[in-house]
Ligand binder design. Structure first.
Ligand code: MN
Length: 201
């Protein structure tokens, strides 16, 4: 059973003006598709074909680099599309809001730490909000690694992530990664992040 490119639940232009349609189209239909295709090629005929992408990530040190790069690419992007939505943004509520306040002091301080993780990830990678030992934490990973991976510096269950590869923002923001990170707050689907939080705890 080969991995497949997930369909978006919104149109490529639905996140404008924060994320432009052309970036979304190339990012989803070209970049993510390539990770899926290359992952399927890398695991063809191996036992990994029977595993979930989560289980592959959790034991990623056992696999060749092509599985790490493309399996991570598939997991990360599949999550990324779901934690964004049109007419979204704002602030989380309920248990997630309480946990953010407990861990970071305030939503504002969480935003500062998350944006800093995104800004300071040198080169290509991701910044994350994770559940680690039942608590929230912010971290970042290089390339297409993620905190599920047994090779990750900080391990946990990702509940929110931002892609800071240049392909995620360069058409609209060029070298201004902080502007892209600033715009990202307007498209976060907090209902999905809250569901991820509930599932991860
Ligand atoms: Mn990407």
């Amino acid at each position: 059973m080969a991995f497949e490119l997930p369909k978006l639940t919104y149109d490529y232009n639905a996140l404008e003006p924060h994320i432009d349609a052309r970036t979304m189209e190339i990012h989803h239909s070209k970049h993510h598709q390539a990770y899926v295709t290359n992952l399927n090629n890398a695991i063809a005929g191996t036992d990994a074909e029977k595993l979930s992408i989560e289980d592959i990530c959790k034991n990623i040190s056992k696999y060749p680099m092509a599985v790490r790069n493309n399996g991570g690419g598939h997991y990360n992007h599949a999550m990324f599309w779901t934690i964004m939505a049109p007419n979204a943004g704002g602030e989380p509520t309920g248990d997630l809001a309480s946990a953010i306040n407990e861990t970071f002091g305030s939503f504002s301080e969480f935003k500062t730490q998350f944006a800093n993780a995104a800004a300071t990830r040198f080169g290509s990678g991701w910044a994350w909000l994770i559940v680690k030992d039942g608590k929230l934490a912010v971290c970042s990973t290089p390339n297409q690694d993620n905190p599920l991976m047994d090779v990750a510096e900080v391990k946990g269950a990702p509940i929110l992530g931002i892609d800071v590869w240049e392909h995620a923002y360069y058409l609209n923001y060029q070298n201004r990664r902080p502007d892209y990170v600033g715009a990202f707050w307007n498209v976060i689907n907090w209902n999905q992040v809250a569901a991820n939080f509930k599932a991860a705890k």
